[in-house]
Structures are given as structure tokens and as C-alpha cells.
Design a protein around this ligand. Sequence first.
Ligand code: ROI
Length: 200
Amino acid sequence: RASAAKALGGLREGPSLTQSRARQTARAVISPARTAEVTAFVGLGSNLGGPVAQVREAIRELDGLPHSQRISQSRLYHSSPLGPAGQPPYVNAVAMLRTTLDPEALLAGLHAIEQQHGRRRTERWGPRTLDLDLLLYGEQQIASPQLRVPHPELHRREFVLVPLFEIAPDLYLPGLGPLADYVDAAAQPALRPVESADSD
Ligand code: ROI
């Protein structure tokens, strides 16, 4: 029995991080904790499995999140991969939601959508069919083991800043300052809007 438990991934040492996260996700999805309504921003990215379709579909799936309403979304952008070389180009976008889900429940809902797209969390900074990041949650600054908001890389990533600025030019980034101060107009040519006829 002991070796079977070992083979199942360290059951003798208690639940693994993955198992306890999965449990937390299930709890948050089944009976999501609620809060006062806030505006939240979600970053979308894909570079596998037909990225344009992945992102378009994920934007629609955000409408299925409970206790949440999608207010707007940016255009889709082609962007060069940041991180390890040799991976396909990305498609990125940002969506704005109004939600009464608390941040953990919202994050769990985003993870559930990623799972539907066959996301396997393997290589750090590796290619992915769909990545959904909780970028901003109202004015809140959150630093828990599961979640950091504002997203710690937000203000350094053109593929987030440019679509975010498109839909919320007056945004103030908690702890950081006006979004406009971080958007480098000169860098925008590095992102190319997806044309409506583009399919991958
Ligand atoms: N690069 C781009 N252009 N877009 C992304 O969404 C993206 N996501 C990532 C890493 C691997 C950092 N690079 C990316 O997670």
C-alpha cells in the first residue's frame, strides 16, 4: 500500500500542491464566495492549437462565469513570444468584467476555462493553448501564495499593456500609478492587431 501511495504522488506526505489547488478550485467553482461588485481585467494568451480561435472562444466563455458580466474586450493582437526562443508567436487580448466573485473564485473559474482548452501546466514560460491571467481586481493589491494582483509582470509586458490601454486608457494600477505612464507608444508596432480574416 505504501508503495502504491508513493506511486500516486506522495500521498503519505498529505495532498500535493496540485491536489490541494484542485480541491480549492472545485470548492470555488461549486460554491463561489461573493463580494461587492468590482471591475476585473483578464489577460488572454495562446500560441498553440489555433491561437486566434482559442482566444476568441475563451472571450465568449468568460460570459459563462457565474455572477460575472463581460463589459468589453480589446482587439486580438499578434505578439512575439517573450521568454524561451523557438516557440510560436502568440495571440493576446484583454477583457474587462464586472463580477461579484471574490478573487479566488474568479481565478478558479479562469483555471476551469483553461482546462477546457486542454491547458497542461508543464514547462514554465513554455507554449500554451490558453493562458488566462487575472491582471487586476478592482483597486485591490493581493499577495497570496495562489494569486498576486496586480499581475506582477503586467507593467512590463507590452502584450498586456497595449490591449489594456485600448479598453481602459484612464486606468490606475494599484501600487504602480497611471497605466498611461507604462504604455510606450513607440513599442506598439511590436504588436499587430489580428485581422478579422486571420484564423491562426
Ligand atoms: N509572450 C507573449 N507574446 N504573449 C504571452 O501571452 C506570453 N505568455 C507567457 C510567456 C511565455 C511569458 N510569453 C508570452 O507566459
